[in-house]
Design a protein around this ligand. Structure first.
Ligand code: SF4
Length: 343
């Protein structure tokens, strides 16, 4: 992004204190009006005021092209990017927004709509941040989950830059930001060094190495025990337990043997298992287990000494739930951006 069309332009053009204030206003959904600055003890010069008028017109590179409200209060937004690509984000009434980090996804989990067409490109940090701004225009947001379209560790530098900006400029604590990933030992090491570190959700889905590879065909080759140990070490360093995510697919990963393998793999780690009943995606050959089966599994996992819960997805009636965000067609019919499903 160049010219006035970026948050960077605000930082580069205004004196530091005014730039910080301007970014706060943007993230709070307030107008960049001279009166707002004056009310906080900052008088804008004429040049600064004119610059801000231009910035308001073109500073945000993305636009909400479509907004679909769910019966449960969630809002799925199709966000058009400056180059014509599209991604999806979901604002949820619990005060959270699920953001996308890539256009598409290269992991191509078999049960997820987001990776159906592979990956098109990474999002810039600003494109991630703008999804939060759009969501804040919908409702109160004080939590960000990187669980939309894309594998965040495949775009780690931009995601970490967004995490830091969300802390400093949107005033969202890193303990209220969660990065959801299929895992990579190298990525966990990089995250541990970051200036601002998000909480971690690890998308496990299967504790059997071979079957996990079939379900998550491009999730990387790190052995599961190493991945789990690295994720656990990261969570301990953060002081925030890891969420071990498990999308439940009937007849695929919901057996007693699956539970036993899961508990053996997680033995000695901190954190808690999140079971997510699969949200249907048209054309994909899976079924959602019954709620009672999930309840049984939670009971058995807890009996083995590991915390577990069932995560209720929101927005399923408008395809906004985990695994349902997808690349929507551009007007000219070309396949474009989507959003991920808990991966
Ligand atoms: S679940 Fe996540 S990692 Fe897997 S394809 Fe979907 S978006 Fe990508």
């Amino acid at each position: 992004m160049t010219g006035t069309a970026s948050f960077q332009a605000l930082r580069a053009t205004l004196p530091p204190a005014k730039a910080r204030l301007a970014l706060r206003f943007v993230f709070q959904g307030l107008a960049l009006a001279p009166e707002e600055f004056a009310a906080r003890g900052h008088t804008l010069t004429r040049g600064e005021a004119e610059f801000l008028v231009r910035w308001q017109a073109e500073g945000m590179g993305s636009r909400v092209l479509e907004r679909v409200a769910s019966g449960d209060g969630s809002v799925r937004m199709v966000v058009g990017l400056a180059d014509g690509e599209r991604v999806e984000s979901v604002a949820m009434p619990v005060g959270a927004v699920c953001v996308s980090s890539q256009v598409g996804c290269a992991v191509r989990c078999r049960f997820c709509a987001s990776g159906l067409d592979g990956v098109k490109r990474n999002l810039e940090a600003q494109e991630i941040l703008e999804q939060v701004v759009h969501a804040r225009r919908e409702m109160r947001i004080d939590r960000v989950v990187f669980m939309g379209m894309g594998e965040p560790t495949h775009n780690l530098e931009n995601v970490l830059a967004a995490v830091a900006a969300l802390k400093h400029e949107a005033l969202i604590s890193p303990t209220r930001q969660t990065l959801s990933t299929v895992g990579s030992v190298r990525a966990f090491a990089r995250m541990a060094e970051a200036e601002v570190r998000p909480c971690l959700a690890f998308s496990l889905h299967c504790a059997d190495e071979e079957r996990r590879r079939e379900l998550l065909p491009h999730a990387g080759r790190d052995p599961l025990p190493e991945l789990v140990a690295a994720a656990d070490a990261y969570g301990r360093r953060m002081g925030v337990p890891v969420q071990w995510e498990w999308t439940l697919l009937e007849g695929v990963n919901d057996s007693d043997q699956d539970v036993a393998q899961l508990c053996a793999l997680l033995g000695g780690t901190r954190g808690y298992v999140n079971l997510i009943l699969w949200n249907p995606v048209a054309g994909l050959p899976f079924a959602r287990p019954r709620q009672e089966r999930a309840v049984q599994m939670v009971r058995e996992i807890k009996r083995r000494g590991i915390l577990a819960t069932i995560r209720n997805s929101t927005g399923g009636d408008v395809e906004a739930a985990c695994g349902q965000l997808r690349r929507r067609a551009r007007p000219e019919g070309r396949s474009v951006g989507s959003a991920h499903g808990g991966g």
